[in-house]
Design a protein around this ligand. Structure first.
Ligand code: FE
Length: 200
């Protein structure tokens, strides 16, 4: 493959996917049909605890983050696992159609899961929209915007005098001269090619 980075030109967003028992940040969301109850698809990494939950639950919600989103929400849902912390503890949640939904967002979509497609790394969940609201009609945070501003948004800092590799997706910092070839980000799962060297 000449350059896989072209796939980054596919416009994606920053959403918090929630379901009973947990949630995570996702970027790959698409509307795949029209009508009163359109179908929405979302890809979730198989190793995520949220994916396990979605195989048991019948609904999920997507909360849409704006460019002024509270980064605590993205950090809490994007960089931790419900296996380790209770994400719902520090973030204001409301319950809609039996699904915990982030209160602070541009709005939400609640979907009933009607199909799943499995591949090696991800499960594509297809849901039928059953409830939705638009709280605030302002600029949405795209994945490109997040990428461009993530250092200031996440306030990534690295220790002085140490060679650091920073995950360009989630801001995880690895200290060491070289990243092992098979290295995968422990927080978001991406490979070595998505880490950036920071010498300071
Ligand atoms: Fe990461």
């Amino acid at each position: 493959m000449k350059n896989k980075k072209i796939t980054r030109k596919i416009s994606q967003g920053v959403y918090v996917l929630t379901t009973a028992g947990g949630g995570c940040v996702v970027d790959a969301v698409s509307q795949i049909s029209a009508g009163d109850n359109p179908l929405i698809s979302v890809a979730v990494m198989k190793k995520n605890y949220t994916s396990e939950l979605l195989h048991k639950n019948d609904k999920f919600a997507l909360s849409v983050m704006g460019i002024e989103a509270n980064m605590e929400i993205i950090k809490t849902f994007g960089m931790n696992s419900m296996r380790d912390i209770n994400k719902f503890e520090n973030i204001q949640m409301i319950e809609i159609e039996g699904v915990p939904v982030i209160e602070e967002s541009l709005g939400y979509m609640v979907c009933e899961i009607i199909d799943k497609i499995e591949n090696e790394t991800h499960t594509l969940f297809i849901g039928k929209l059953i409830e939705a609201d638009l709280y605030e009609d302002s600029e949405v945070m795209t994945y490109a915007y997040y990428q461009e501003h993530k250092d200031e948004l996440l306030k990534v800092t690295t220790e002085e005098g140490k060679t650091a590799w920073v995950c360009t997706v989630c801001g995880y910092v690895y200290y060491g001269e070289e990243l092992p070839d098979d290295f995968k980000c422990p927080l978001c799962g991406v490979g070595k090619d998505l880490f950036e060297l920071k010498n300071n």
